[in-house]
Design a protein. Structure first.
Length: 84
């Protein structure tokens, strides 16, 4: 039983180290996961109302991503918009 526990601990430790190494590589190569904002977060980010955001989305001013029935907005796209 003790061998099993030690082997399990060792395997968990190795999995954690592997994940930490993967994360470090992602950070170094800039492959960080894209942050997706909800409608409320996007309105706060752009300082606009929901009807205004909806209108901008329909006109193609604000790009969006549909995930199932949910609408999300890429933070990087919003940052580009605010720099214009």
């Amino acid at each position: 039983m003790t061998n099993f526990i030690e082997a399990f601990k060792s395997e968990i430790r190795q999995m954690i180290l592997d994940e930490m190494a993967k994360q470090q590589v992602k950070e170094e190569t800039g492959e960080e996961r894209e942050r997706l904002l909800t409608t409320d977060e996007t309105c706060e980010f752009l300082r606009c109302s929901k009807p205004t955001l909806h209108r901008w989305k329909k006109r193609g001013i604000v790009p969006h991503v549909r995930i199932g029935t949910n609408i999300r907005y890429k933070e990087s796209d919003l940052r580009k918009l605010t720099k214009k």
